[in-house]
Design a protein around this ligand. Structure first.
Ligand code: KE4
Length: 427
């Protein structure tokens, strides 16, 4: 008899901490047990018991074309037939680098790695090596992967030193990371006044997806750009989620703000392990072997990840005008969801940026992490479980983003709204 998700999860828990290879997948904040995936295609994902779901996780961002896109699968198969990894340069890496440089005016040179965490960790080291400064600044609620310097909580007060966000992060290292609330210009200016000449960089998700989706207030990023430039602090845009998601290119191509370094991931690998960081050539040329800042990786620029990423990006590039219809599709889904909650008198705030959105269970606007944290996470968990039972797979956390793909159809949206209507009827 075929194993159920529960069978797989019970065995997984004996072999893998928490039964998963990334914490959010364990459903700890929404209750219940994760389904184990058999396969996925387009907007649908099917578990080992044959149950099918409309998928709004999309592997946390990479699957903007939908799962198992034929052109991507073919590209991977053809690349694999020629070998899976060489530890030597390949034309695919150069083609990927060229596409990124052509797409992002702020990227003059780029280094490919194997995850978003690795891209951010390396960009931080490069910023420290290039400026000779050690402190960095991040924003509360922004997530940049799990490198030690970024797993830091805000200390008490507005512009004080960070404290470890996880056991294992040395307090001396955490103390070098300043954290301020996102969208808070006063707190930012206080932090820059107090630490500006010691800061190597400021890193920000230009449109955060990791506190749930939060939009930058008009002028906030522009002020950040000017304030960092004035103090020769490097500005790093972490566009691991927003890159090729909110537009062809990233948030920076929509708002015309030029960061000094950009981190990318997810979509540029088409679902295979990938990350990239790039920016000004005078900074990037400090990286080994051109310069003294060391950074390396066995699978960096892996030929299969390049093949999957290039196949994905070329389809996106040929259909760049379709981002608008994806934006409209997502807008109307969010509008219809909000209507259902309003009809039931359940207060929610829905933040959306392009095909990214989050339903916050709060009546108030959500413009930073403190406001997001006031959401009713129990209500989110209840909604999540009701939708899952009815064949809709949402992110298993209030503080994540839903991802709509080019593969999502009107039928998917109808199913989603019906599932929501039925879930709220039983509220
Ligand atoms: P990875 O190391 O997971 O490839 O990328 C880290 C990262 C960096 N920057 C941003 C803006 C990110 O969102 C991420 C990772 N995103 C999470 C989802 N919020 C990945 C999902 C997970 O951790 O399992």
């Amino acid at each position: 008899m075929a194993w159920t998700s529960e069978d797989w999860f019970n065995l997984a828990c004996e072999l893998i901490p928490g039964g998963v290879n990334s914490p959010v997948r364990a459903y700890r904040s929404v209750g219940g047990m994760p389904f184990f995936v058999e396969q996925a295609a387009g907007s649908r994902i099917r578990d080992v018991e044959g149950k099918e779901y409309v998928d709004y996780v999309g592997s946390w961002g990479p699957m903007i074309l939908g799962h198992a896109h034929p052109a991507v699968v073919t590209a991977i198969a053809e690349a694999a037939a020629r070998g899976t990894s060489y530890g030597a340069p390949t034309p695919g890496e150069v083609e990927m680098a060229m596409l990124l440089v052509e797409t992002f005016p702020s990227i003059e040179k780029v280094r490919l790695v194997s995850s978003g965490t690795e891209a951010v960790m390396s960009a931080i080291r490069l910023a420290r090596g290039f400026t000779g400064r050690e402190k960095i600044l991040k924003f509360e609620g922004c997530y940049h992967g799990h490198a030690d310097s970024l797993l830091v909580k805000a200390g008490s007060g507005v512009a004080t030193f960070g404290i470890p966000g996880s056991p294992g992060v040395p307090k001396e290292l955490a103390a070098l990371t300043i954290t301020v609330p996102f969208n808070n210009q006063v707190a930012l200016e206080a932090a820059l006044a107090a630490h500006g000449d010691e800061l190597a960089c400021v890193i920000v998700e230009p449109v955060p997806g990791n506190m749930g989706v939060v939009l930058p207030k008009p002028g906030f990023l522009e002020t950040l750009r000017e304030a960092t430039r004035e103090r020769a602090i490097l500005l790093i845009f972490d566009e691991v989620i927003s890159g090729f998601r909110v537009a062809w290119g990233g948030w920076q191509t929509v708002t015309d703000i030029a960061p000094d370094l950009t981190c990318l991931g997810k979509i540029i690998g088409g679902g295979l392990p990938v990350g990239a960081f790039g920016g000004r050539a005078d900074i990037m040329d400090h990286l080994a072997p051109a310069g003294p800042v060391y950074q390396a990786g066995t699978l960096s620029g892996n030929p299969l990840a390049m093949a999957a990423g290039l196949a994905t990006l070329r389809i996106l590039q040929e259909n760049a005008e379709h981002y608008e219809s994806l934006d409209r599709k997502t807008f109307s889904l969010c509008f219809d969801l909000k209507t259902l909650f309003d009809e039931k008198g359940i207060p929610v705030t829905i933040n959306r940026s392009g095909s990214l959105f989050t339903v916050f269970f709060t009546a108030n606007p959500v413009t930073d992490f403190a406001m997001a944290a006031k959401s009713d996470t129990e209500a989110y968990a209840r909604w999540f479980r009701g939708m899952l039972e009815r064949g809709i797979s949402l992110p298993p956390s209030q503080f994540e983003a839903c991802f709509v793909s080019f593969a999502h159809t009107d039928e998917d949206f109808e199913r989603t709204l019906t599932a929501c209507r039925e879930t709220l009827a039983a509220w």
